[in-house]
Design a protein around this ligand. Structure first.
Ligand code: NAD
Ligand code: ZN
Ligand code: ZN
Length: 348
């Protein structure tokens, strides 16, 4: 089959590799329909995440159809349509039982193979999914496939970020970063009741979508963000800040604009070795800091059940569609934010 594989810093190869096969009776092989390229893939692309084996199939966001199911897969059969969260989960361990499926004792991240161990990704024709019954989510015929794709990661992550920020109606919230995840956090924060919601980025097209989704956009270029937020909050700072970038600068800005006693909800993937604020600053802010990987399996089910993605035009962030063969170009366009690209999707 063809797949996009990691070839080293800023090298994505369109490669012909062996088809995946069932390795366990609980595995399924999925024929991919849609695969997303994510901001998290860019950390790998730029070599900020180290340790990934060259030749690893990239990507962790996908929808598709079961091609082959192991004999112990009970919920799905050949032809079932599915969406997938970006990690596998067993459904039985302590973490799965408390809804923290992202930390399943047997779980793995798609698109991450290190020293020969781990799972290949979804930017390919096919993918092997371990623990298929407890990892995959059925995709009903009446759900838009693009919404399903976003539920597997960025919409669930945006929602997780907003929920962690403890949204209350009369408070002031700020979202730092209006990439796909930040834009999904805008929708989620509005859904959860945020009235005063500011969204910060440097990219006008992304800010324009944040505005359409109900946030007040703030372009950070040439703006003193700290002064601006303090001016808008009687000198106090925001009640909650959602950090959706994953850089030392964005974490620093988040602390600068948060009021004492506020909540910093961070979903950006950070690769710096230290926090960009000190323990003393955290103390002085009476800081509540929430962060981490989104339990997307838990949120995908919950949000579908509550019909949240059905209610909003979340698929509006998908601006570009490419064939798998165009994948290397798609990475470049997404990374450099060319052609107003917000979220690229690969189609099989
Ligand atoms: P992205 O790279 O497309 O978007 C980041 C946005 O932040 C861009 O629009 C950029 O212009 C903006 N930005 C950069 N620096 C900024 C700053 N200092 N102030 C304001 N805006 C700034 O990425 P994405 O796909 O939206 O993902 C965002 C982050 O979330 C990434 O770090 C990604 O790895 C992470 N992520 C985490 C999880 C999780 O489970 N926690 C899941 C998915 C993605
Ligand atoms: Zn992702
Ligand atoms: Zn588990």
């Amino acid at each position: 089959m063809y797949a996009l594989t990691f070839g080293g810093k800023e090298i994505i190869n369109y490669s012909n590799i062996a088809d995946p096969i069932l390795l366990s009776s609980t595995d399924a092989i999925i024929k991919i329909s849609l695969a997303g390229i994510c901001g998290s893939d860019l950390h790998v692309y730029h070599g900020r995440e180290t340790g990934l084996d060259q030749g690893t199939v990239m990507g962790h966001e996908f929808t598709g159809v079961i091609e082959e199911a192991g004999k112990d897969v009970k919920k799905f059969k050949k032809g079932s349509r599915v969406l997938s969260p970006f990690t596998t989960s067993c459904g039985k361990c302590f973490y799965c039982s408390i809804g923290m499926t992202c930390r399943c004792e047997k779980g793995n991240l798609f698109g991450w193979v290190q020293n020969g161990h781990g799972l290949h990704g979804a930017q390919a024709a096919y993918i092997r999914v371990p623990m298929a019954d407890s990892t995959l989510v059925p995709l009903s015929n009446d759900l838009d496939e693009q919404k399903a794709l976003l539920l597997g990661d960025v919409f669930s992550t945006g929602y997780f970020c907003a929920e962690n920020a403890g949204i209350r109606r009369s408070s002031t919230y700020v979202i730092i970063g209006c990439g796909p995840v930040g834009l999904m956090a805008v929708i989620a924060a509005k859904h959860l009741g945020a009235e005063q919601l500011l969204a910060i980025d440097f990219v006008p097209e992304r800010l324009a979508i944040a505005k359409q989704f109900g946030a007040e956009p703030l372009n950070a270029s040439g703006l003193n963000i700290k002064e601006e937020i303090l001016n808008r909050t009687h000198g106090r700072g925001a009640d909650g800040v959602m950090e959706v970038v994953g850089s030392p600068q964005s974490l620093r800005s988040a602390i600068d604009i948060l009021r004492p006693g506020g909540i910093l909800s961070s979903v950006g993937v950070h690769t710096a070795v230290n926090f960009s604020f000190s323990p003393g600053e955290a103390y002085d802010k009476n800081l509540t800091y929430k962060s981490g990987r989104c339990p997307a399996r838990y949120y995908a089910e919950k949000l579908l059940r509550e019909e949240v993605p059905q209610r909003y035009a979340i698929e509006k962030i998908i601006t570009h569609r490419f064939s798998l063969a165009e994948g290397p170009t798609a990475y470049e366009i997404f990374d450099k934010k060319l052609d107003n690209c917000i979220k690229p999707v690969l189609m099989n």
